[in-house]
Design a protein around this ligand. Sequence first.
Ligand SMILES: *[C@@H]1O[C@H](CO)[C@@H](O)[C@H](O)[C@H]1NC(C)=O
Length: 421
Amino acid sequence: MAASFKLSICFLFSLFCFVYNDSTILCEVGFCRTYLHETGCTTPPIHCTVNNATHQGINLLSPTVCNCCDYCMPLYGEGEHCSRGGPGTGTTVGRCGDGLYCQQGEEDDVCVRMKSDCHTAQDKYDERERNGELGAMEARPRCDGKGKFYKFECVPAQTCFCQSDDGRRLFGEVLNLGVITEKSMHCGCSRFHDLMRSIIGKSVPAPVVGPRCTTDGNFFPIRCINNICYCVDKVTGIIEKDSPTIDLERQSITQLPCYDKDLDLFAEFDQEHPSTFQSPCLLNQERIAEEILDSEEDEFDLDYFGGFPECLPDWTYGRIAVNSAGQKVCIDERGRQIENYHADRKTDPASFNNMDCKCAQTTNIMGDLPEKPICCKNGNFRRIQCRRGMCRCVDSDGKQTEKEMADVTKLSCYTSDWKTC
Ligand SMILES: *[C@@H]1O[C@H](CO)[C@@H](O)[C@H](O)[C@H]1NC(C)=O
């Protein structure tokens, strides 16, 4: 009895050793040197090292033992031959580049441009350019690799703002700094909120709180789960590996190394509510939700004037406020009034109802820069903007919509009261 017990332990142990050996020791340091010496690699296509307009590729792990070889997957351009793969068609050596797909042809398959709203918008732009109808301040729509709208859109010499993949403007706006904006603006948090809204929508009774965003549409660098706070990646919103943590019950949020005072819009509120990670708008929402739940328990419906106050993805109340005189005013992310933009319900109801403060926000972000757009007195974009003796029509986001003219009366958006709006 005792002997057989011992034996089985030995057996298990040796099996374990064998499996262990087999799976982890193979790709040890030095394996590839021997492998390359004995087996060798095929030369990868030049596409990855060249990476110019006609020869593009992506470096990937090679499908060889221990990924020993260099591997480059070429991306074929428009009109180039491609293989659509499928059962029994052999290995695929490359794929069509971004925005292209492999279409079956009469004799051969070739890469053709995907059909999408963004590509259609680009085609329209290109056609207007060929016809000489394009304005000097218009920008070609940008699409991503799947033919969807790019994560943000820019107005030349003004600002960039986040957009959804179907081209709707979203929360998040920064100064247009070209390459710098390209590197720093990711709009992941902004797009996450949009997705959350479309999936959860209005099907739930109380608003669902999404992750906190910064004003540029990135993720706020801190996330708290109950009272424990972590540092998160501002691009992905994922908690960083080995992130330091703090417990709000005992520590201050400012003790996290990723805390950035400039990004915190509620520093004062944080001090007054040290054990919560919230904002005045969220707290207000929470209070109203509790009142409604209480009223339901008491079996009467409390209609809270048509719903909950909505908070923006940065957890602020919004960019429009109502002052003590009952006028709407434009405010920045810290609740400070921007210039004297305002609208009065009684004296100018149209201006009051259409007020979006988009121009006020843009000019505020532009700060001291020259050639700022002109806003209406309610903070919306004036539909005609002029620069260096030429005037142009813009939409509600300040984007030029047609070719500029020296004579304003020739513009399609011209109205006799264009100056005052
Ligand atoms: C890209 O590089 C390849 C190989 O060096 C060359 O044949 C091709 O003409 C280049 N294309 C452009 C657009 O420069």
